[in-house]
Design a protein around this ligand. Structure first.
Ligand SMILES: Cc1cc2nc3c(=O)[nH]c(=O)nc-3n(C[C@H](O)[C@H](O)[C@H](O)COP(=O)(O)OP(=O)(O)OC[C@H]3O[C@@H](n4cnc5c(N)ncnc54)[C@H](O)[C@@H]3O)c2cc1C
Length: 458
């Protein structure tokens, strides 16, 4: 153990490696409900070459290696289930290139959402990236690799769909480039080459360490507005959402259902955020949105909520802090959610069953759905708060999450960034040939089985 420590010190320097109980404690857990697993070492590389050296060391010694960004995924995916090294990527946070003409940015994988947001605001104020509602320290790499979604997902899909290319250190130590950057100085696209990005998306760090990536940028508009359409019958939601999405005006469509604040209880609120180059364009877009749901306005079964300007400002913020505030409902600051990727037509049963689980398990809840693409699918979230100082309360939330994962799979949805028990449930439902193919690919890429072991295993 001491020798490994000394080798790591040689690679990254003494300041950036630890085998001390404080760091081993901190890196053993994430903010969700999953039980802790301590690493033996925490190491923070600064360059791709350092990552290569660490990976080669892990390979030689058959030591588990777990890549980590912000560690905010909530479902415990960066806990080292079998010990070994946690590779904290936060020092690799450089913003390498912004291509204004082709609207993309190349970053190191540990660059945070907050850093990129601030950088673009300052140096390229007419461009923005799609921001998840995670705290700003969440990394671009960690979020894209788990198929995240955010404030431009109605316009641009999952964040993994906004990926143009990546650089990855394979589990055997070689560096590979994926996408146009493998054959060109430009990182403009994953087409037209065989799309190898899929070997690293959704794998929870089991197939390599991504060191750089390029993502698409979108116009940052000077005029921005948000409307909230309110209904009281979840059965109406799929058609309304489809209508709102198909006018192709919204950047973000986010439904939310929560017993707090009091005025929201019993309703389904659908936020529609959009931007424009001029005031006239903004007015036109607002009219198009209104027109799309006219039949519901005329039948008086839905309506736009009047929003005072200070409330609008809050609803236009990215990231939204509502979920972080919600975590404190139960004093003690914990929450975790099942994010279920599912078709929009399942909105009403997804909502009702979530409510049933939350009420029967007596957990504070917040439910909602981020619409992806032109209502091509949705990420339906079931967030449950708990007091992390009270183990019985944590266990209650955990049971509600387990019930929800099972319910989602039964309905035909798929839990996103699933905890390891939920991964096992997904594998049970999965076509066995698909799982066999996953295992074959993994064995080729990672012959020693060092990468985040315990994930995507039956
Ligand atoms: C309040 C709150 C709100 C949230 N809202 C959203 C939201 O709106 N949209 C959304 O998408 N998510 C949301 N999340 C979930 C999550 O925080 C984010 O998706 C976050 O961006 C994950 O990034 P991370 O850097 O924390 O990843 P981590 O948790 O560090 O890692 C996630 C996974 O990716 C792997 N990984 C990380 N970096 C690398 C790398 N360089 N190479 C290979 N594998 C790697 C890890 O091993 C792990 O399996 C929210 C979370 C919170 C706490």
């Amino acid at each position: 153990m001491e020798e490994i420590y000394r080798e790591l010190v040689k690679i990254v320097g003494e300041r950036f490696v630890s085998n001390q109980p404080e760091e081993r404690f901190l890196y053993s857990r994430d903010p969700g409900t999953m039980e802790p697993h301590a690493p033996d070492w925490v190491v923070m590389p600064n360059t791709t070459e350092e990552v290569q050296k660490i990976v080669r060391l892990a390979n030689r010694q058959k030591i588990p290696l777990v890549p980590m960004g912000g560690g905010l995924v909530l479902s415990g995916l960066s806990r080292p289930l079998q010990g070994g090294m946690v590779l904290d990527m936060k020092r690799m946070n450089r913003i390498l290139e912004v291509n204004e003409a082709s609207s993309y940015v190349v970053v190191e994988a540990g660059a945070s959402q907050g850093m990129l947001q601030a950088y673009l605001k300052k140096h390229h104020p007419r461009l923005k990236h799609s921001i998840p509602d995670a705290p700003p320290i969440a990394t671009i790499g960690g979020n894209v690799l788990i198929h995240g979604s955010g404030h431009l997902s109605a316009a641009g899909g999952f964040h993994s769909e906004m990926l143009n290319g990546l650089e990855v250190v394979l589990p055997t130590g070689e560096v590979a480039r994926i996408g146009s950057c493998s054959a060109s100085p430009y990182w403009f696209s994953r087409s037209p080459l065989p799309d190898l990005a899929g070997l690293f998306l959704g794998w929870h760090g089991t197939t390599g360490v991504v060191t750089k990536l390029a993502i698409k940028l979108f116009p940052a508009r000077p005029w921005n507005d948000v409307g909230i359409f309110v209904i009281e019958d979840p059965e109406l939601a799929p058609d309304i959402i489809r209508r709102l999405a198909r006018v192709q005006v919204a950047e973000d469509i986010l439904a939310w259902m929560s017993p707090k604040p009091d005025w929201a209880k019993g309703f389904q609120m659908i936020n529609i955020a959009y931007g424009a180059e001029t005031k006239a364009e903004l007015t036109l877009k607002r009219d198009l949105i209104r027109e799309s749901v006219r039949p519901y306005l005329e039948r008086k079964v839905g309506g736009f909520m009047p929003l005072p300007p200070d409330m609008k400002v809050r609803f236009l913020e990215a990231p939204q802090s509502t979920l972080a505030v919600f975590a404190d409902v139960n004093k003690g600051g914990g929450f975790e959610y099942v994010g279920a990727i599912m078709p929009v037509e399942l909105f009403a049963p997804a909502f009702r069953k979530g409510l049933e689980i939350a009420e029967s398990r007596k957990v504070p809840y917040s439910l909602g759905a981020r619409i992806v693409g032109l209502a091509h699918c949705m990420m339906f979230f079931y967030a449950y708060a708990f007091n992390r100082a009270d183990q019985a309360d944590v266990r209650r939330a955990q049971t509600a999450l387990e019930d929800t994962n099972a319910m989602v799979l039964e309905m035909g949805g798929i839990p996103w960034k699933a905890e390891t028990p939920a991964q096992k449930q997904i594998i049970k439902k999965m076509d066995p040939n698909t799982f066999a193919l996953m295992n074959r690919l993994r064995a080729v890429l990672d012959p020693q089985g060092i990468m985040n072991p315990g994930n995507w295993e039956a």
